[in-house]
Design a protein around this ligand. Structure first.
Ligand code: CP
Length: 314
């Protein structure tokens, strides 16, 4: 039995999209699509996790992921416990494992965990009881699997399910991005072959993250004829680390403007995981423009997280 899957292939925890079988990934997307529609009877949906308790255990800030998991669990009828690290006993030195085990002892069966360290959620999953399920809501720069799923659902709704026919570019700080890693894992699993990666050399990973991708440092060239543009947040602390020269230079070279977007196909769509730095990696006219699917991504986040919690806990 792997940490993530039971022997019979059912999901045990959701830690990463790397190596997640295509049928499991597509099953989650299909179920999220059903749950996002109006065909579902809300009363029946509310019974799916009735009597189950889910804790959002966030050691890093979040707006979209935490809120949408809380909404998703509530819509499935679960009791939701929102853990706030800043006002908890972690400030007195209690470890993350002790925190998990104590909340688990209260009868909580599902944990949605965000942590600043790579691999921290897998360590917590190892420590959890057999009947407890964990979802990685972002660990270090490693993985953000539900973001990857909601991005794939958003692309599939806009462009159809034939990922092999799509040209996709990921732009920005890929080196430090757990979103980019989860998107890359999912795109490959779904059969996408024309994946482009674009950013300043200092913000591209030196390991094998970009294996099979075409790497560009020129955004105009990278955008040429693409169907999907996936922008990433510039993590401003990278300026202090000397990895970029200035915000103005970054916007000049890697900011997505309406004029630049014309290099993509006329019906290209633009995604961004949020939070956005408006006027830095993306201009207002693009973020709020007709090709933007940014708020569609957020809406899909609730349905994807319902599908994940149901798969793990129902
Ligand atoms: N996309 C994303 O993870 O956003 P939050 O940090 O607000 O959860």
């Amino acid at each position: 039995m792997s940490l993530q899957l039971h022997d019979h292939g059912r999901l045990r925890h959701l830690l990463t999209l790397e190596g997640l079988p295509r049928e499991v990934l597509c099953g989650l997307l299909d179920r999220a699509q059903q749950l996002s529609g109006h065909a579902q009877d809300p009363t029946r949906v509310r019974e799916l996790l009735a009597g189950t308790a889910v804790c959002t255990l966030f050691f890093e800030p979040s707006t979209r992921t935490r809120s949408s998991f809380q909404l998703a669990a509530t819509r499935l009828g679960a009791d939701v416990l929102a853990f706030d690290a800043s006002t908890s006993s972690t400030s007195k030195g209690e470890t993350a494992i002790d925190t998990l085990k104590n909340i688990e002892a209260m009868g909580v069966r599902g944990f949605v965990v965000r942590h600043q360290l790579d691999g921290a959620v897998a360590v917590l999953a190892e420590a959890a009881d057999a009947g407890t399920a964990l979802v990685n809501a972002g660990d270090g720069r490693s993985a953000h699997p539900t973001q990857g799923l909601l991005d794939m659902l958003t692309i599939r709704q806009a462009k159809g399910g034939d990922f092999a026919a799509l040209k996709v570019v990921i732009v920005g700080d890929i080196r430090h991005s757990r979103v980019a890693r989860s998107d890359l894992h999912a795109l490959r699993t779904l059969g996408c072959v024309d994946i482009r990666a674009c950013g300043p050399r200092s913000l591209l990973p030196a390991d094998d993250t970009l294996q099979g991708c075409t790497v560009f440092d020129d955004l105009d060239a990278a955008l040429d004829g693409v169907d999907v543009v996936m922008m990433l947040r510039l993590q401003r602390e990278r300026m202090q680390e000397g990895l970029i020269s200035s915000i103005d230079d970054y916007h000049r070279d890697y900011g997505l403007t309406v004029e630049r977007l014309r290099r993509a196909t006329p019906d290209a769509v633009v995604l961004h995981p949020g939070p956005m730095n408006r006027g830095v990696e993306i201009d207002d006219a693009v973020a709020d423009g007709p090709q933007s699917l940014i708020l569609r991504q957020v809406a899909n986040g609730v349905a994807v997280r319902m599908a994940v919690l149901e798969a793990l806990l129902a």
